[in-house]
Design a protein around this ligand. Structure first.
Ligand SMILES: NC(=O)C1=CN([C@@H]2O[C@H](COP(=O)(O)OP(=O)(O)OC[C@H]3O[C@@H](n4cnc5c(N)ncnc54)[C@H](O)[C@@H]3O)[C@@H](O)[C@H]2O)[C@@H](O)CC1
Ligand SMILES: Nc1ncnc2c1ncn2[C@@H]1O[C@H](COP(=O)(O)OP(=O)(O)O)[C@@H](O)[C@H]1O
Ligand SMILES: [K+]
Length: 508
């Protein structure tokens, strides 16, 4: 089996499946999928007399659920199978599973014409309507069924993919389409990107991977990975006693047009609390004398700054004035490790000269667009960006020769060679003004401390999301979490991770 964090596109899963089907006896993979699903379902059920509703569609996803339902019924559970398909046109493997189920205690209802009024009484629904073979939106009976299932209060286990969700992109198929909202998904052969980004996290719930005992050698390289601590932990370093503020780098945050001074302050505070040795906040407008909540920050006027002395975070609250443009041009010419956020991205999107300079940079560079900023950079629309977030992040990384964090639920981190990761931490508490500034500040602090761009982006995204998850567990959010509150939580987490993962290596 490929690593747990590997993600595969539908086309690759199909290729693996075809190779296996050619060598295994008929129905073997489906039996394995059904067995894994039944075991997963048992773990979600309260007791041995639980009532389970299984819904089967017209393809092999239906075959998986028929087999799972049979096994659960034979295990003594009260299982009803709604076969929402014409039995005579089921694919061969699924038809075989249905035939096997005939002699089991499974209660089979063929093509239910109406849904029962009573919605209660089920302990679990298993969704086997559609998997990776979905080609169009759920309509008619399938659409009604999805709506009905989504209104139930019991757990819902999706097989392979929640029906209606695109496993490659996390989009709901069709403009006015619907998908089944599962609390759990057991996905077969390997994990899929669409379960973790855009609508994926809302619709797939907890994702389990059942590899179906497929030979690892049959897998091509993964199309992306889930972000994890192991991807960046090599750069977490314990601090030597013999160190000083110069050992951990400077961060210069440039932004803060009149009326927007808070954004660079948030980024600068985050940079300071994530370990940068010295932090400057450089303002397009008049700089405040100092930050009274964090007087360690040095507040300066941006036009007079030397940007070559540290890692630079450009953009928070920067505005798009002529002054902002000139400061950004100076930053791009300083060739420092760089984080480009917010208005720095908007300025770059609007000016080919800045784009050309950015493409020439060789210092580590991270861009942190949200979907609208990404759309401006790609000269497309937010809807286009979101329709395939992996593709959009890769396209940006290639075009601008930078590591890109495409923000949002399931942030996508991509680098110019096409490598990509999807972040699994974070939650809607982060959907509040200023959290993006904090992310940029964390990234800047890690660059200043010697992280390469890729690992800085992975670590910053992971820490930012995990801090929000921890705060929500403590009741500080999701409602009302503020960006400022995120900063000390990220610091605690960074110290804990460093303690747990750093070796005794002494950095120079
Ligand atoms: N072939 C096998 O042996 C295996 C298949 N597996 C399962 O098979 C699934 C893929 O099977 P299929 O390729 O049959 O695909 P699906 O079962 O996802 O569905 C495809 C069928 O649904 C129809 N269809 C697609 N969208 C529709 C819509 N919106 N409304 C109505 N009909 C629609 C298609 O015309 C086709 O008949 C995987 O997701 C997985 O669950 C796994 O069991 C692994 C082994
Ligand atoms: N629903 C969500 N789930 C997970 N992360 C989210 C969610 N909404 C926002 N975020 C994260 O919060 C941050 C918001 O950044 P951004 O949109 O730039 O806000 P701002 O510019 O106001 O600081 C990003 O890191 C984004 O990924
Ligand atoms: K399904």
């Amino acid at each position: 089996m490929p690593s747990q964090s590997a993600l595969y596109a539908i086309a690759d899963i199909r290729a693996v499946e075809q190779t296996c089907l050619a060598t295994l006896s008929e129905g073997t993979l489906m039996q394995r999928a059904g067995k894994a699903a039944a075991e997963c379902a048992l773990g979600l059920l309260p007791n041995a007399s639980s009532r389970v509703l299984a819904v089967a569609g017209p393809g092999n996803n239906g075959g998986d659920v028929i087999e799972a339902a049979r096994l659960l019924a034979e295990h003594g559970l009260d299982v009803t199978l709604w076969l929402c398909a014409d039995r005579s046109s089921l694919p061969a493997d699924a038809a075989r599973m249905l035939e096997n189920a005939r002699s089991s205690p499974l209660n089979i209802v063929e093509t239910p014409s109406a849904l029962p009024d009573n919605m209660e009484g089920w302990n679990l629904v298993i969704d086997g309507l559609f998997g990776i073979g979905l080609t169009r939106p759920l309509k008619g009976l399938y659409g009604t069924l999805a709506e009905w299932i989504n209104a139930l209060s019991c757990p819902v286990l999706a097989l392979d993919v929640p029906s209606g969700l695109d496993a490659d992109t996390g989009a709901i198929v069709g403009e006015d389409g619907i998908a089944i909202r599962a609390s759990h998904t057991i996905t077969f052969i390997a994990d899929k990107p669409g379960l973790h980004t855009l609508h994926g996290r809302d619709y797939a719930g907890h994702v389990h991977v059942a590899s179906l005992d497929i030979d690892t050698n049959l897998f091509p390289p993964a199309c992306a990975h889930l972000n994890s601590v192991s991807a960046f932990s090599a750069f977490l370093k314990k601090r030597p006693h013999n160190s000083h503020k110069g050992s951990f780098g400077d961060v210069i945050v440039a932004g803060g047009a009149p009326g927007m001074a808070g954004a660079p302050i948030l980024a600068a505070r985050a940079a300071a609390k994530c370990g940068a040795g010295r932090v400057y906040a450089a303002f397009i407008g008049d700089p405040p004398a100092y930050d009274s909540a964090q007087p360690e920050l040095m507040c300066r006027a941006a036009p007079s700054m030397d940007f070559s002395t540290g890692a630079v975070v450009a953009g928070p609250g920067m505005g798009t004035s002529r002054e902002a443009h000139d400061v950004l041009a100076a930053i791009l010419h300083a060739s420092s490790p760089l984080v480009l956020d917010a208005d720095a991205l908007n300025l770059i999107a609007a000016e080919p000269g800045l784009q050309a300079r950015l493409a020439e940079l060789t210092a580590p560079t991270v861009m942190t667009p949200h979907p609208l900023e990404a759309a401006r950079l790609l000269q497309s629309s937010t809807a286009d960006v979101q329709s395939d977030r992996l593709h959009s992040a890769r396209a940006l990384a290639q075009r601008f020769h930078a590591v890109v964090i495409l923000k949002g639920s399931g942030s996508v981190i991509a680098r110019p060679d096409g490598e990509a990761a999807i972040n699994t931490t974070g939650n809607p508490a982060l959907a509040t003004a200023g959290t993006g500034d904090v992310l940029a500040g964390i990234c800047g602090a890690l660059l200043a401390q010697g992280f390469p761009a890729w690992q800085a982006a992975l670590a910053a995204t992971w820490l930012h999301g995990h801090a929000a998850d921890t705060l929500v567990q403590q009741g500080i959010g999701p409602i009302g979490l503020t960006a400022s509150e995120l900063i000390p939580a990220v610091r605690t987490l960074l110290n804990q991770l460093t303690e747990a993962h750093a070796g005794n290596h002494i950095p120079h």
